[in-house]
Write a protein that binds this ligand. Structure first.
Ligand SMILES: [Zn+2]
Length: 575
C-alpha cells in the first residue's frame, strides 16, 4: 500500500465530486447519513478555520476497453465531503448560534462571538466567507493498492473508533458470505442489492435501517444452513455472526443449499402475498422460515392454504397471553423474545412451541417417507402389467422401468402397489402431465364402474368380460379400459359379494376378508399356491388390492385369451 499526503481546496474537491472523479464504494460504505445539524456544524467549523480530519482516498486506475480511467474512491470522509457538497450547492442554511440554540447547542463563548455567516446559505454568504469556504484546504491521503481487500481493511480500521455498527462493519468484510447477505438481505442504496422480497416486503423494516435486516438475513441463513431444526441450534448474537462471516470467506453463493434457501423464501413470500396484518418481527421471521423449510420437505402442500390462518391464530393467542403476562403463549414464547433472544436454547424452545402450535392448526399430511418402490414391488408391477408402459403401451426393458406414483408422492401419494404403475423412463409423467394422466386414468375407471352393490356369492356369473347379477336386474360390464383396470369383487364378513370400484378400493375391503370364503365354483382358477405368478394367471393390466389387514389379496382381470378372472392370491406374493 502506497500513501501520498496532499491537500486540496474545498472548491476543487467539490468539482471532483461533480465530475464523478470522486466516488463511494457502496459495498462497504454505510448507508446511514449525517443529520443536517451535523452537516451545518461541519461547515461552521470551516468558517471558524478549524482543521478537518484527514480524508482517505483510494486512487484507482482502471483500463476498460483500452481507455484508462483514473478516479478516487472515498475510504473515509464521505459524510464530510457530502456536507460540504450540499452546502456548496445551496441546499443547507447555516446555524445562527443564538437563534438556533435549541438545535445547535453551541457553548456560550461561541454564542458570544460575532457570526457573520449566521443563517446564510452559500449564495447569501458574505463574499470573503464564500472565498474562505472555497479556498479552505483539506488534508487528504491518496492510497494506491491493487488489493481491494486492503482498502476494505483500512476502511474497517479507520472506522473502528467511530460509531459504525456491527453489521456495517461486516458489510465491509471480504468474502462470499458478505456477498450472500448483501444479495438476499439487500442494501437499498445499491441497485445491485435490492434484496429478496421476503426481507423487503414481508419482514418489518426498521426506519433508518442501518443493517438490521442484513443481520436478520445472516442469522436466518446461519440457522437454515446449519440445519438448526435437525438439532444443530446455535447462538446468533453479534459475536457468533461475526465468527460465521469469518469462517465463510469462501462461501459459495450458488450452492444447492443457497438455492434451497431462496426457494423457501419464495414460498414464504407467496404465503404472505396480500397479507394485511403487521409485518413479521425478527423472531417471527426466523420461525416462519424454519417451519416452512420443514413443512415442504415432510408434508404435502395441503398446509399452505391454512398457513396464514394458523399464523394469525398464533399471533392472537400470543397477544392475549402477553397482556396477561401469563399463559403458555407468554411463558413458552413471548417471554423468550425478551431476554437471551439470540441464544441457541432460547431459539430452540421458541421454535418447538411455535411449530407445535402451528402444526396443531395446520394438520399437515405427511408424505410417505418411503418413496422408492422396492425391487420386489417393481417386479410385481412389471409382470402384472405384462411389461407394458401404461403411458405408451409399448414394452419396457427392465433397465428402463420406472414406477410412477399415480397419486403423486409430493401430494401424499403412497408407495404402494395400488398406487404404482410401470412406465418408461422417457414416458414418466411429471408435473401437469402427471395430473392430467391421473385425471384420465380415474375417468376411465369411473366409466367402467357405475355402482356399488352387494350380492350373495351365487348371484352373479362371469361371462367374457361381463359380470352379471343372476337375477338380471343389475349388470356390471367389466371393461378393460385403455388404462386397464377393472373391478374387484370380494366376499365380506356377511358372506355377501361386494363389488368395489375406483381408487378407494383398499379402504373399502373388509378387514375380515377371507379369500377362502369365495365359493370355489365361482373361481375360474384356483389359488396361486406357490407365490409365483404363473403364466396362466398373468392378466393384462390387472390390479392387486390388499385388504387392510393384509390377510388376503385379489387379482382381477383378463387373461391373455380374453377371459375374465378373479383370483385370490397369497399375501406373501405381494408382501
Ligand atoms: Zn412408455
Amino acid at each position: 500500500m502506497e500513501l501520498i499526503s496532499d491537500k486540496i481546496k474545498v472548491k476543487d474537491i467539490l468539482e471532483w465530486k461533480k465530475g464523478n472523479i470522486l466516488r463511494v464504494n457502496p459495498e462497504y460504505q454505510r448507508g446511514a447519513v449525517w443529520k443536517e445539524a451535523q452537516q451545518k456544524k461541519l461547515v461552521d467549523s470551516v468558517m471558524r478555520g478549524y482543521p478537518l480530519p484527514l480524508i482517505y482516498l483510494h486512487h484507482k486506475k482502471q483500463t476498460i476497453g483500452g481507455i484508462t480511467r483514473e478516479d478516487f474512491e472515498i475510504i473515509d470522509g464521505q459524510q464530510r465531503i457530502n456536507a460540504l457538497y450540499y452546502f456548496g450547492e445551496g441546499a443547507i442554511k447555516l446555524f445562527d448560534p443564538v437563534k438556533d440554540d435549541k438545535e445547535a447547542r453551541f457553548p456560550q463563548f461561541i454564542k458570544d462571538m460575532p457570526c457573520p455567516w449566521a443563517s446564510c446559505n452559500y449564495d447569501t454568504l458574505p463574499e470573503d466567507f464564500r472565498g474562505k469556504f472555497d479556498n479552505t484546504e483539506i488534508f487528504i491521503v491518496k492510497i494506491t493498492t491493487h488489493n481491494e481487500d486492503e482498502a476494505r481493511d483500512l476502511f474497517i480500521r479507520l472506522q473502528a473508533g467511530l460509531p459504525l455498527n456491527a453489521q456495517e462493519k461486516r458489510d465491509a468484510w471480504p468474502g462470499g458470505f458478505t456477498e450472500f447477505v448483501l444479495k438476499y438481505g439487500g442494501k437499498r442504496e445499491l441497485v445491485r442489492y435490492p434484496g429478496h422480497d421476503f426481507f423487503r416486503k414481508v419482514v418489518l423494516n426498521p426506519s433508518g435501517d442501518r443493517g438490521e435486516i442484513r443481520t436478520l438475513c445472516a442469522q436466518i441463513a446461519m440457522l437454515f444452513l446449519q440445519e438448526a431444526t435437525k438439532g444443530n441450534w446455535m447462538n446468533i448474537g453479534t459475536k457468533p455472526v461475526d465468527d460465521y462471516y469469518y469462517q465463510n470467506l469462501s462461501f459459495n453463493i450458488y450452492s444447492e443449499s443457497v438455492k434451497r434457501f431462496a426457494k423457501v423464501l419464495d414460498i414464504v413470500v407467496s404465503l404472505f402475498n396480500g397479507y394485511k396484518g403487521p409485518k413479521l418481527k425478527v423472531h417471527e421471521a426466523i420461525h416462519v422460515v424454519l417451519l416452512v423449510d420443514s413443512l415442504i420437505d415432510e408434508y404435502t402442500p395441503s398446509w399452505e392454504k391454512d398457513f396464514i390462518n394458523a399464523f394469525d391464530t398464533f399471533r392472537h393467542k400470543s397477544a392475549i397471553d402477553k397482556k396477561a403476562k401469563d399463559g403458555e403463549y407468554w411463558l413458552k414464547y413471548g417471554a423468550l423474545t425478551m431476554t437471551q433472544a439470540a441464544g441457541a436454547s432460547t431459539i430452540q424452545a421458541r421454535h418447538d412451541f411455535f411449530s407445535r402450535k402451528m402444526l396443531e392448526t395446520l394438520q399437515p399430511i405427511k408424505k410417505d417417507s418411503n418413496r422408492i418402490y422396492g425391487l420386489l414391488e417393481r417386479e410385481i408391477l412389471y409382470f402384472q402389467y405384462r411389461k407394458q408402459c401404461v403411458v405408451c403401451d409399448e414394452e419396457i426393458n427392465w433397465e428402463d422401468l420406472e414406477i410412477h406414483h399415480m397419486d403423486e408422492h409430493q401430494h401424499g401419494g403412497q408407495t404402494t402397489l395400488e398406487n404404482g404403475v410401470p412406465v418408461h423412463k422417457k414416458c414418466h409423467p411429471k408435473g401437469q402431465a402427471a395430473i392430467n394422466f391421473l385425471k384420465e386414468w380415474k375417468a376411465e375407471k369411473e366409466k367402467a364402474f357405475t355402482n356399488n352393490s352387494t350380492f350373495a356369492p351365487d348371484d352373479f356369473t362371469v361371462e367374457g368380460t361381463t359380470l352379471s347379477a343372476n337375477n338380471g336386474s343389475i349388470k356390471y360390464k367389466i371393461e378393460s379400459s385403455k388404462k386397464g383396470v377393472l373391478a374387484v369383487a370380494v366376499v365380506n364378513e356377511n358372506g355377501k359379494l361386494v363389488i368395489l370400484k375406483g381408487s378407494t378400493i383398499a379402504s373399502q375391503v373388509s378387514d375380515n376378508f377371507d379369500a377362502n370364503a369365495l365359493a370355489p365354483s365361482k373361481r375360474r382358477k384356483s389359488l396361486i399356491e406357490d407365490g409365483s405368478i404363473d403364466e396362466n394367471y398373468t392378466f393384462t393390466r390387472d390390479v392387486i388390492f390388499n385388504s387392510k389387514s393384509n390377510a388376503a389379496s385379489l387379482v382381477l382381470g383378463h387373461s391373455a385369451n380374453g377371459n375374465f378372472f378373479w383370483v385370490p392370491v397369497r399375501e406373501d406374493i405381494i408382501k
